[in-house]
Design a protein around this ligand. Structure first.
Ligand code: NAP
Ligand code: GLV
Length: 334
């Protein structure tokens, strides 16, 4: 009996879950796979990941995990990398594709939550909410004053959305509800019906930067978008403008942004993501005109639980033969 169970276990594909996940993921994987669940919050480095992947046919990973070429090439049996996130910049997709390893992610399910967080940042920055709350908690509130903690308007202002994809469009929908003018910059135009529904106008990035009161970033991190916002772009923005980044830290040149904030070249920044997470430079921490969050764009319990389940389902689908729903590199199936 024991020997038979061991044989069945041997025949099932083995899947590594690199870090703690919502429990929904586990039974989905167990139906088809033997699960090596690393139920902890620590992040494995490349060497530890490579070691753990020696026997793995699949991996359910997170944006913290360095799925580099070296790691991928050192995993002899790997057939699928399922990421619990939409962004996949921690995965060398090219290296995976060369090895015919499927890469999956979790788009869509987190769109509204991330757009909500983006708009929360926009409102909080415009109306100085963190400063106002700190002022009250510090016991500084003496009375109502006509010029106490006054911020800027949101309604009727111009928002510039860089990358009008799923999240960019969801942000535009919220902006429309606030009677904002919506500009966007993308490599391709959105379909005319989408532009019409959102009241969004496509303009070159330079024009967007010049005209916007709020600039909100929603492009993926790629070679083309790394430091897309650097000193040259920051200099084009209005001195009162607020930069919002809920996409990826390295899309913005953090040193240049810090200098721009220090020099008053832009009015403020509201950031959920950083160049070297979880490290936030002291110079940025010291600035009064920034809001800083620890990468919580999609951090809604129901959303994160679904993300875990979706990643697990797509990982298992490679082994059950059903085919994954969110395949990043469909060429591996050819
Ligand atoms: P998406 O639907 O693929 O949208 C990305 C948009 O960026 C597309 O419209 C694309 O349009 C545009 N784009 C890509 N490369 C570009 C370039 N070089 N120049 C200009 N535009 C470019 O992705 P999404 O689901 O909205 O997610 C966007 C990103 O948000 C993710 O990749 C992830 O990094 C980040 N994110 C962060 C959090 C968080 O917790 N803070 C949560 C979720 C997602 P074109 O191809 O037409 O240019
Ligand atoms: C979060 O940052 C994601 O890409 O899903």
């Amino acid at each position: 009996m024991g020997t038979r169970a061991a044989t069945v276990r041997r025949m099932k594909p083995r899947v590594l879950i690199t870090r703690h996940v919502y429990p929904a993921a586990i039974p989905i994987l167990q139906e088809h796979c033997v699960v090596d669940y690393q139920d902890r919050y620590e992040v494995m480095d490349e060497a530890q990941l490579s070691k753990k992947l020696q026997l793995a046919d699949g991996v359910v990973c997170q944006l913290t995990d360095p799925m580099t070429r070296a790691v991928i090439e050192s995993a002899p049996k790997l057939r699928v990398i399922s990421q619990i996130a939409v962004g996949i910049d921690n995965i060398d997709v090219q290296a995976a594709t060369e090895r015919k390893i499927a890469v999956t992610n979790t788009p869509g399910v987190l769109t509204e939550a991330t757009a909500d967080l983006t708009f929360a940042l926009l409102l909080a920055a415009a109306r100085k909410l963190p400063t106002a709350e700190r002022f009250l908690r510090d016991g500084k509130w003496q009375r109502w004053d006509v010029d106490l903690l006054c911020g800027g308007d949101v309604h009727g202002q111009t928002i510039g959305i860089v990358g009008l994809g799923r999240i960019g469009q969801a942000v535009a929908r919220r902006a429309k509800g606030f009677s904002m003018r919506v500009l966007y910059a993308s490599r391709n135009s959105a379909p005319p019906e989408v532009e019409q529904e959102l009241g969004a106008m496509r303009v070159p990035l330079d024009a967007l930067l010049r005209e916007s009161d709020f600039v909100s970033l929603h492009v993926p991190l790629t070679d083309a978008t790394r430091h897309m916002i650097s000193i040259q772009q920051l200099c084009q923005m209005k001195r009162s403008a607020i930069l919002i980044n809920t996409a990826r830290g390295p899309i913005v040149d953090e040193l240049a942004m810090t200098a721009a904030l220090e020099e008053g070249l832009i009015g403020g920044a509201a950031l959920d993501v950083f160049e070297d997470e979880p490290n936030v430079p002291d110079d940025l921490l010291a600035l009064p005109n920034v809001i800083l969050l620890p990468h919580i764009g999609s951090a809604v319990t129901s959303v994160r639980s679904l993300m875990c389940a979706i990643a697990a389902r797509d990982c298992a689908a490679i082994f059950s033969g059903e085919g994954p729903e969110h395949l990043v590199n469909p060429e591996v199936m050819a």
